[in-house]
Design a protein around this ligand. Structure first.
Ligand code: ZN
Length: 418
């Protein structure tokens, strides 16, 4: 899948310290990279609607991670998927009278434009589920052969006697170790987030779908011994991460609504397949962005779209600043005031740089680096730049190199082009 053009990143003198991130599974701050290259997998969109602020917050957060890792001297191998076949996409296409492929192409194009406008560095591999389906079959067959997956008769399938395939969560002795939720919570989240705990014939209610036998009117692909059908969601990410990065990966990322079932299940699939105890060394989750007191979500329809703001003339750098104003661990509400603060901050920073000369910026650059290396503390990094801008506007300065350094650091580390 084509990604989008990456922004160019200025080189800075010096380095960020070792980057730590908060790991959801252990609750502790852990190194984001073990060696010279960090392997990072971030779950992508299901392309049935345009990029809203919740998505934008997630991808900007992991963009920050990539930027500070590179600045610390670590290379980054970054993979992202697109769930370009799934029930919500088919349902939305049917509702709107569109071909599901056309809907996906349209929304993926818009997502690329949004990411480029927000100066998000493109993934090294950007992969659609559909183009990867042939690579999912053998792993699912291997799970079946190992007794970790099993068929459930699908009476409404296109072919008589066809079966759906489910993963047996008890095959992973460490199942539950990502989210640490109790059974009642897992059952509720499964029902809410695409699972089918009430499906008859499953060994356990939490067992997730690996392969769905072809139904009349639904797209289908060759599934070899599984029969024609289409893949479940979690196995996609497990297979792509294993294939492209190898496990254990350093960081598995996404919104906090992916902790369960998605990240729990992907991790279990991969651990059982690879006979490894660890899928990701750190699970990093972005808090939810809400609107009017509720989580922003497609199902609720309360979305603020990046593309709509862009069309209305909002500078994407102001949107990025509005997102960076919040720590990635926090849930927060999008308001007009939040955006206005981003607009004002951008204006102030640009004014401070307009003179071409400013006060010394070395300490400010250090503060940005330290803040980001300590679990991507973007509000603290912005505050450091605010103080520099305040000094520059109040006292002026004589050093043209300081202004140049500050401009490059804000670009390289925060992704804000001034
Ligand atoms: Zn995923």
């Amino acid at each position: 899948m084509k990604s989008w053009p990456s922004p160019s990143i200025p080189n800075l003198p010096g380095r960020a310290p070792r980057v730590l991130v908060r790991d959801t599974a252990t609750g502790s701050q852990l190194p984001a990279a073990q060696g010279d290259t960090a392997t990072v997998y971030v779950c992508g969109i299901t392309p049935y609607d345009a990029t809203h602020m919740g998505h934008a917050a997630t991808y900007v957060t992991f963009d920050l991670l990539g930027r500070v890792l590179r600045d610390s001297g670590v290379a980054v191998s970054f993979v992202q998927n697109i769930t370009d076949i799934d029930d919500p996409l088919l349902e939305r296409a049917a509702r709107d009278g569109l071909d599901w492929r056309d809907l996906a192409v349209r929304e993926i194009d818009l997502f690329r434009e949004d990411m480029q406008a927000l100066a998000v560095i493109a993934p090294d591999a950007y992969l659609g589920a559909v183009e990867c389906i042939p690579g999912f079959i053998a792993p699912i067959e291997a799970l079946v052969a190992r007794g970790a997956a099993y068929p459930v008769a699908a009476s409404d399938a296109r072919l008589e006697g066809a079966c759906d395939y489910y993963f047996d969560v008890t095959s992973d002795p460490t199942f539950g170790s990502v989210g640490h939720y109790d059974d009642a919570t897992m059952l509720a989240l499964s029902a809410e987030r695409g699972g089918d705990p009430d499906r008859a014939g499953k060994r356990g209610p939490l067992d997730p779908l690996l392969w769905r036998a072809a139904r009349i009117g639904e797209p289908e692909w060759d599934g070899a011994s599984l029969g024609p059908g289409r893949p479940g969601w979690h196995i996609e990410c497990a297979c792509i991460a294993m294939d492209r990065l190898g496990i254990p990966i350093d960081v598995q990322g996404g919104g906090s609504d992916l902790i369960f079932p998605h990240h729990e299940m992907s991790a279990s699939h991969a651990k059982v397949l690879a006979q490894e105890e660890t899928f990701a060394r750190a699970y990093v989750h972005q808090g939810m962005v809400g609107l009017d007191g509720e989580k922003m979500s497609k199902s609720k329809g309360n979305l603020v779209l990046v593309s709509a703001l862009r069309r209305s003339g909002t500078d994407p750098m102001a949107i990025r600043l509005a997102l960076l104003e919040h720590h990635h661990l926090d849930d927060w509400m999008w308001t007009d005031e939040v955006l206005e603060q981003g607009v004002q901050r951008l204006r102030r920073w640009r004014e401070a740089l307009a003179a071409g000369r400013g006060p010394d910026a070395d300490q400010t650059v250090r503060e940005i680096r330290v803040a980001l290396a300590e679990d991507l503390d973007s509000p603290r990094a912005l505050a450091a730049v605010d103080r520099w801008a305040c000094r520059a506007l109040r006292d002026g300065g004589t050093d043209p190199d300081a202004s140049r350094l500050l401009r490059s650091a804000v670009d390289a580390l925060l992704g804000i082009r001034l």
